[in-house]
Design a protein around this ligand. Structure first.
Ligand code: NIG
Ligand code: ZN
Length: 412
């Protein structure tokens, strides 16, 4: 006997399973089956496709009028941290920019202070609230970075919390060591970078990837190259926060160092964008950050896709530059500001996001883990269109319903 049949699906969204991320025009291809069904057994998909007879299950879910898709993948978050930085909003309104706040000892360094003070349990409790919200918004695969410890004890504390989260919730996670995220107050940059390079060996027991913030006033291209080479030599795949604010050539460096992803890329050069299609690097765009920092220039998603590159989207949830854990909101900003098509957006938050963190997720083939979302939406274009709210109706993780949107019966 099967466990669940999801029947009467109005539109079943099926991103293509492929060894490589979807690139260029492939990103606009998305199979959509109307009047579909999914059969689940032992946490996996047994059948998905047109409605057919011959399957029985213990539970039936009626998805009439709903879109159903693989659960979303968020490939870039800073979900484990102490405190919050709402006071920075006033500074930003007065025109003080992101890098100036950091230079003055605030920004990331403020969160470092609060993260160092927090216990393992406090960090876990705080991050759990975000993770629950992400699940409720249809996200079941999440990448989580360290980077608010900036020393051995606190970086590893963050990574331990991150690993505990993946045990506590029915989600899939990838963990990233981001030791070189800022320079601790009063420390020499090169001395600190060497400390973080030394820590890589120990960090790889906790982390899947090594990441660095390459930016004006933070780490230079040369320093980033040194760190990425050291991580690669240990066999760790690398990521980079690249060309977020200034065009330093971070995308070119990512490709040179065979990074699994290059993230941000708002100011990426034409040369970097031209190199993207022939590389194995996924461009992880974070338009919620550009929006939240109040900037006018967004990453050139159209140029990257039309050039033949692979693009993904993420929230970049963090307490300073993008304070949302709602990936649906990012889908809306991607439509409005990155001018991505609905099909490109769906591929960017499923299969390409999975490639950006090396997980077999974001598709719904027979045999895949049943991580599925039923959306209260008439079609797949509706979700980026009706923005700022949660369209997730039912979330199924590993074949179990973990979230059902509560109703307001007395108001009906
Ligand atoms: N830009 C660098 N790191 C984060 C922000 C971290 C913070 O401001 O706390 C980002 O990806 O946007
Ligand atoms: Zn980030």
């Amino acid at each position: 006997m099967n466990d669940i049949i999801i029947k009467n699906i109005s539109a079943l969204i099926l991103p293509k399973k492929s060894e490589q991320p979807l690139k260029g025009s492939e990103m606009d291809e998305l199979e959509i089956i109307e009047d579909a069904m999914i059969v689940i057994k032992d946490g996996h998909v047994v059948y998905r496709g047109e409605e057919t007879k011959g399957y029985e299950a213990t539970e039936e879910i009626d998805a009439d009028g709903m879109v159903v898709s693989p659960a979303l993948v968020d490939p870039h978050t800073h979900v484990v941290h102490g405190g919050s930085r709402e006071h920075e909003m006033a500074l930003k309104r007065q025109g003080v920019d992101y890098l100036t706040i950091l230079e003055q000892g605030g920004g990331i360094l403020n969160t470092v202070e609060q993260t160092r003070k927090a216990t393992h349990q406090q960090l876990l409790d705080k991050a759990s609230k975000n993770i629950i919200r992400m699940i409720q918004h249809g996200v079941l695969t999440i990448e989580s970075k360290s980077g608010y410890g900036l020393d051995r004890e606190n970086e590893l504390k963050q990574l331990e919390v991150s690993r505990e989260i993946s045990q506590k919730f029915p989600i899939t996670m990838r963990h990233t060591f981001l030791g070189p995220h800022a320079i601790p107050k009063g420390m020499d940059k090169d001395v600190f970078l060497d400390e973080m390079i030394e820590l890589l060996d120990e960090a790889q027991a906790y982390a899947d990837f090594a990441d660095i913030f390459c930016e004006t006033g933070v780490f230079t291209i040369e320093q980033s190259r040194k760190y990425m080479k050291a991580a690669n030599a240990l066999g760790m795949r690398v990521k980079i926060h690249a060309d977020e604010i200034d065009p330093l050539g971070g995308l070119e460096l990512a490709i040179e160092q065979n990074a699994i992803s290059a993230d941000h890329l708002v100011a990426a050069s034409t040369n970097g964008k031209n190199l993207l299609p022939d590389s194995d690097t996924v461009a992880v765009l974070l338009p919620g950050t550009t929006f939240y920092l109040g900037k006018d220039q967004f990453a050139d998603a159209r140029g990257m896709i039309e050039n033949g590159g692979a693009v993904s989207l993420a929230t970049d949830y963090n307490p300073g530059s993008c304070v949302t854990d709602n990936l649906q909101m990012i889908m809306a900003i991607a439509s409005l500001k990155l001018k991505m098509t609905p099909n490109e957006i769906w591929n960017a938050v499923t299969v390409n996001a999975a490639h950006a963190i090396d997980v077999d997720k974001g598709t719904l083939e027979a045999g895949d883990q049943a991580d599925i979302v039923l959306w209260d939406a008439p079609n797949h274009e509706y979700i980026p269109y009706h923005y700022g709210v949660n369209h997730a109706h039912t979330v199924i993780a590993k074949g179990q319903v973990v979230y059902r949107r509560p109703g307001l019966e007395p108001l009906r």
